[in-house]
Design a protein around this ligand. Structure first.
Ligand code: FA5
Length: 361
């Protein structure tokens, strides 16, 4: 019988060595433990057989089995501990962190050129007490056209190539719908600027995108005149484009203002002296916005009495203002997300911000 015990031990140790080499050694060692030392295991069966041995052999057999069990338990504990340590070493190796490696650089972004230009514009108007308010981009025909004195089927609708959602809803073609929306919710005096996106069904070219940024301005009070309009816009033009800027107002037509005007500034780059100037194309003037006195009908749509209140409004495209500033010749570059383009526009210069010194961009 002692021979049986020795044979079982030899096989068990060989199996233990195999289990320790397995991919998942911990699980294999547990299977080994059940096979040899578990309640139905081979060694446990030998232990149970002690009592069945002839009396003269029982003691020696019992001692041999118990010694085998002790050695196998010790060998199993050691193998398990080694397997767990090996597993830990593998895990640590895979998670090793070399703190001496140089870190990955964090690419610091800068505001998009449109946003930079918009922030400068908002600050310039804030200096004059104008508050910025945003509005919906999906708009009713009613606010985009009808309440701006452009009834259905009026030919002036052709001025705006419209992206319709259904026969009453559209993507706003300009920020002007905010005029009536705001007048309905607020009592004069009003001094507001409405920045935001506009959408048009456009033939895309160097100066036309189907999605672009505009800002709209509105001032309403008793006794507001065209002189106020000129004063505010001239002051802002000087904050943005240079303290010496001159402005020019010429007649223009928009159904929601009367009279209507187009405003130009004298060229901040060549001062009108360069016939091949990239900003003014040699004309000496740069048209930057549409404006006018709010039409009495629009005041009525806004719930205000036109005999008591007057106001002026203006609107322009932000990219078209940013383009001459950065020397960008194609508006489509703004939204192509080409980092090479955006990185070279890392403005602002090291000089103090313009709104503090009222000088040129
Ligand atoms: C208007 O949209 C009027 N709402 C402006 C206005 C407001 C006039 C208040 C009077 C009183 P206009 O269609 O001209 O006007 O557009 C104004 C500006 O938006 C343009 O001068 C241009 O700078 C910009 N713009 C218009 N269409 C596009 C386009 N497709 N891509 C980029 N910018 C555009």
């Amino acid at each position: 019988m002692d021979g049986d015990v020795a044979a079982v031990e030899a096989v068990a140790l060989a199996d233990l060595a195999d289990a320790a080499q397995a991919d998942d050694a911990t699980a294999a060692l547990e299977r080994w433990r059940v096979q040899y030392l578990g309640t139905q295991g081979r060694v446990t069966q030998l232990l149970r057989a002690i009592g069945k041995q002839p009396a003269e052999q029982r003691k020696a057999f019992g001692m041999a089995v118990q010694a085998t069990r002790d050695r196998l338990e010790t060998a199993h504990r050691r193998a398990l501990s080694e397997a767990e340590q090996a597993k830990l070493r593998r895990q640590l190796a895979s998670e090793r962190l070399d703190v001496t490696l140089p870190g990955r650089p964090v690419a610091a972004g800068v505001p998009h050129p449109t946003i930079q230009a918009m922030n400068d514009i908002l600050r310039a108007f804030a200096n004059l007490g104008f508050q910025a308010v945003e509005g919906p981009e999906v708009e009713w025909d009613y606010f985009n056209f009808q309440a701006l004195n452009i009834p259905p089927d009026h030919p002036a609708r052709d001025m705006w190539d419209t992206l319709w959602i259904d026969d009453r809803m559209l993507l706003r073609t300009h920020t002007s719908p905010m005029q009536v929306r705001y007048m309905r919710e607020h009592a004069p005096p009003l001094r507001v600027i409405f920045p935001g996106r506009g959408y048009r069904y456009e033939q895309l070219d160097a100066t036309h995108e189907s999605q672009f940024f505009q800002f709209e301005g509105l001032m309403v009070d008793e006794r507001v005149s065209f002189a106020d309009l000129k004063g505010v816009l001239t002051d802002v033009a000087r904050q943005l484009f240079g303290a010496q800027r001159r402005t020019r107002f010429r007649c223009d037509y928009f159904p929601f203002v009367e009279p209507g005007a187009e405003m130009a500034i004298d060229c901040f780059l060549c001062e009108g002296k360069d016939a091949s100037c990239r900003v003014c194309k040699g004309s000496g003037w740069l048209e930057i916005l549409g404006a006018g006195m709010v039409h009495p009908k629009v005041l009525e749509y806004g719930g205000l009495d036109p005999n008591r209140y007057q106001g002026f409004a203006f609107g322009t495209g932000i990219e078209r203002i940013a383009m001459p500033r950065y020397g960008i010749e194609d508006i489509r570059l703004f939204y192509q997300n080409d980092l090479r383009f955006l990185r070279q526009l890392r403005v602002p210069p090291a000089e103090p911000p313009t709104w503090e010194r009222g000088a040129a961009w």
